[in-house]
Write a protein that binds this ligand. Structure first.
Ligand SMILES: [Zn+2]
Length: 264
């Protein structure tokens, strides 16, 4: 289906409030990575104006809640109708500089999953090595500022390991260690976890158990899908958002049709 048609159908569905029927007892967790000025040309980035359009769309058509509140609803089997939680992965500085002001403008909650041993460093991950512009990390003071201003901070391991291939003590250190790092730096409890890469094969069952043992109350993936009445909080689906969706309405169209699941 052509993108303009997806956009038009999404617009019709949400303008006519048909979404209230189609998203009965369905919640959505969205995942962003970078929000940049200029024209993004990679799968991890949205532009600031596009991000603002998503925020307006979420504000107008969903009950945007803190991720921890959504997890509580899942745990207690409370109605999920059109609840939506906004999340960010990795801890990029643009989250603090570009995304947080827009979130505040629309009074939207969000959770930031950070790679604890990369905060405040100039580590360049393998996926950013060919980028022409730098993508720096936040510093701890900025993570603390987000936390103090009411945003949630979650763990995303210490060094962005693939928990589908690392196991045993090394995995425990990455999982429990990232929680310890965050609690020390924030001076507050941390119990939200999103696993790096987020694909079906990037998490083992042994490591999912290690995440529970480490005191987390959820484990977020990132290969699409929605959250329903029988969702296990340790298998919490997220929809990654990038420029591949034609528009927020096009994203909404894919969500109501249950077509955000990725095969890989
Ligand atoms: Zn990540």
């Amino acid at each position: 289906m052509k993108d303009p048609l997806k956009h038009a159908l999404g617009h019709s569905i949400f303008a006519s409030r048909l979404d209230t029927l189609l998203l009965q007892d369905t919640a959505v967790v969205v995942a962003f990575h970078r929000v940049k000025t200029g024209r993004p040309d990679d799968g991890l980035t949205v532009s600031v104006p596009v991000f603002e359009r998503y925020c307006q769309f979420f504000h107008d058509h969903f009950n945007v809640v803190r991720l921890s509140d959504l997890v509580t609803r899942v745990e207690r089997r409370l109605p999920l109708d059109r609840h939506l939680a906004i999340t960010f992965d990795d801890g990029y500085l643009d989250n603090f500089e570009n995304a947080a002001p827009v979130l505040r403008k629309y009074s939207l909650a969000a959770a930031f999953f950070v790679v604890t041993r990369w905060i405040g460093t100039d580590v360049v991950p393998w996926w950013d090595r060919d980028e022409t512009v730098p993508h720096p990390w936040m510093r701890w003071e900025q993570v603390r500022t987000l936390h103090r201003s009411g945003f949630e901070i979650g763990a995303h391991t210490r060094t962005h390991v693939d928990l589908g291939s690392v196991d045993g003590g090394a995995a425990e250190t990455e999982i429990a260690g990232s929680r310890a790092d965050l609690e020390r730096e924030l001076g507050a409890g941390v119990d939200l976890f999103a696993y790096p890469y987020g694909g079906r094969n990037n998490m083992s069952e042994a490591n999912r158990e290690a995440i529970k043992r480490a005191g987390f109350r959820c484990c977020c993936s990132c290969f699409g899908g929605t959250v329903g009445a029988n969702t296990d909080p340790f298998r919490l689906a997220r929809v990654p958002i990038n420029m591949s969706f034609p528009s927020p309405e096009g994203f909404g169209f894919e969500v109501v049709l249950g077509r955000t699941l990725q095969s890989a």
